[in-house]
Structures are given as structure tokens and as C-alpha cells.
Design a protein around this ligand. Structure first.
Ligand SMILES: *Cc1c(COP(=O)(O)O)cnc(C)c1O
Length: 291
């Protein structure tokens, strides 16, 4: 981030994402934002109920967003929530999200507006779900712990977190395969192939195996700087090198942490309706991939 601000000193807004319900290192990020007079917006779409240093995610930055999309820890089928710290911002967001209507007897527009409100029906569903948030987090945590225990003999890591300072909501259980245990695999833009090897596996092999059991896993979210729509823009990797634009796109996963996690990682089936019995079978299937 420091390197990014060196390259782009005029940046006014930083968005951080608490991925998979695991709180990001928000204090470190916020202090860099402060030093450069930039606002911090938290994408807490996945992390409702997760806690970082005693604060719920979405409450740490200047603004926060929560999603009630169908796949989140509680849902209204869609919709979401913007969290603000002051009345002025709340009123501004309410106005913009309801077509920017002015206080006039007719539809009076002095600025561009949007249709971003959620319906009363969706809001009602969210309120009905609200009381299940704690229960869902407990269920998700149990799922995570069963995976961690069930897969501990394999050359994999479960998604880690800053144990001292945060408690995730465990929305999705994820794993990465250790480098030395990756079988040969190739990814193109929209597909992947692999060669099965004894003692090794790769995300695609595991996802294929799960699919045969009608269980849905996913690759790790593909990082933004690898997305065709963005990858020609500059981006910063571990060693602080800005890439893109002038230089041709080059994938070097040894210094690109996001790319490396994408290559070796997958999201495991994490629905809280999954039974213990079903999860045992999933754990067994993953073991078979490494045989
Ligand atoms: C789901 C999700 C979104 C999108 O939320 P919508 O309510 O579908 O717009 C944004 N960011 C992250 C990290 C998400 O997981």
C-alpha cells in the first residue's frame, strides 16, 4: 500500500475486503490511509458478525458495506447495507439511492440518482434472519473445525487468521495445497487441466471430485489484478514492484501472493445445512485426491 501511494499519491479512497469472513489487518491499513488522507471503505459483504479488535467488521473504516445476497451468512435473497458514521452521510446515501429526489411536490432532480434501495419485503426477510446470525456463525465455525481436524494429515493449510486480534464468522472454509504437494496443472482464461499424481493434487482435481458427489466447491476468488478487465492497469506485488500498463502482463507467482493463493487454493463446501455425515464424505473425497 505504501508503494501504491508512492505511485499514486492522489488516491482518495481505499477499499479493503474481509475475505471469506476473516477480518483483514484493518489497523495497519487504516494507518497508511490516514497518513495519506485517504478514506477507508470496508467491503464487509462476507464478514457480517466477524470481530476485529473488539469491533464488528464494517465499523472500522469511514464507511462499510454488508451484503444480504443469497449466499451470505444471513440473507434477504439480495440487498445490502451501507454503514456510515454520521447523519449527513446517511441522508446523502438515502437520497442518492432513491433517485436523488429533492424536497419538492414533483420529481425534482438536482443531481444524478440511483435506484439502490432494498424493498420492504427484502428488508423484512433480513430482519427475520437477523436472530440467526449468531447460530449461523457457530455452525460455520463447527464446519471449519471439522475440516481442520479432518484434513490435518494432508499437505494443506486451512485459511488462517490473526487469532489474537480477530474472530472470523467462518463464512467459507478454504484451503491451500502446499507447494510441494501440487500436481502439474495449467489454467487458461476460462478453464484448467491437470495431471493426477500420487501424493499430490490441485484445486481443479479436488473440485472435479467434489462435483461428482454433487457438492459445490469453488476456486479461490480470482484476484482483481489477474482479471482481464483490470490486469493492464498498474498493480503492486509483494516486492513492491508496480506492474501492468507499460510492462507486458507476466505471471510470477513466487512474488505475487494473490496469484499464488489463487493457484493453490479452493473454497470448500461450507453450507450450514450440510450434515456431519456429508462433510465426512467430502473429507474422504479430498483424501482420495491425494492418494
Ligand atoms: C457478495 C459480495 C459482494 C457483492 O454483494 P452484492 O450484495 O451481491 O452486491 C461484494 N463483495 C464481496 C467481497 C462479496 O462477497
Amino acid at each position: 500500500m505504501r508503494e501504491a501511494f508512492r505511485l499514486f499519491p492522489d488516491v482518495k479512497i481505499v477499499i479493503l475486503t474481509h475475505l471469506y469472513g476473516t477480518p483483514a489487518k484493518a489497523d495497519a491499513i487504516r494507518s497508511i490511509c490516514k497518513a495519506h488522507d485517504a478514506l477507508l471503505i470496508e467491503d464487509a459483504a462476507e464478514s457480517l458478525g466477524a470481530i476485529y479488535k473488539g469491533k464488528q467488521t464494517g465499523n472500522i473504516g469511514d464507511y462499510g458495506v454488508i451484503s444480504f445476497n443469497g449466499n451470505k451468512i444471513i440473507t434477504g435473497s439480495n440487498g445490502g447495507m451501507l454503514l456510515v458514521n454520521d447523519e449527513y452521510s446517511a441522508n446523502k446515501a438515502r437520497k442518492w439511492s432513491t433517485q436523488s429526489r429533492e424536497a419538492a411536490p414533483w420529481y425534482q432532480h438536482e443531481e444524478i440518482g440511483y435506484n439502490y434501495r432494498i424493498s420492504n419485503v427484502v428488508a423484512g426477510v433480513v430482519r427475520g434472519q437477523w436472530k440467526y446470525l449468531k447460530i449461523h456463525i457457530e455452525e460455520k465455525k463447527r464446519i471449519y473445525k471439522r475440516y481442520k481436524k479432518g484434513l490435518e494429515d494432508l499437505p494443506i493449510q486451512m485459511n488462517p487468521w490473526d487469532v489474537e486480534n480477530s474472530s472470523p464468522n467462518f463464512w467459507l472454509s478454504c484451503m491451500t495445497i502446499n507447494k510441494e504437494a501440487m500436481c502439474e496443472t495449467q489454467r487458461s482464461e476460462c478453464g484448467a487441466t491437470y495431471r493426477s499424481e500420487r501424493g499430490k493434487s490441485c484445486p481443479t482435481e479436488i473440485l472435479d471430485a467434489l462435483k461428482n458427489f454433487h457438492a459445490e466447491g469453488r476456486p479461490i476468488w480470482k484476484p482483481m489484478h489477474l482479471q482481464p478487465i483490470y490486469r493492464n492497469n498498474s498493480f503492486i506485488t509483494k516486492n513492491g514492484s508496480g506492474r501492468g500498463c507499460s510492462s507486458m502482463y507476466q505471471h510470477n507467482s513466487s512474488e505475487d501472493i494473490g496469484a499464488d493463493i489463487f493457484e493453490r487454493g479452493l473454497c470448500l463446501p461450507s453450507d450450514n445445512k450440510m450434515t456431519e455425515e456429508q462433510q465426512k464424505i467430502i473429507i474422504e473425497i479430498i483424501h482420495r485426491c491425494f492418494q
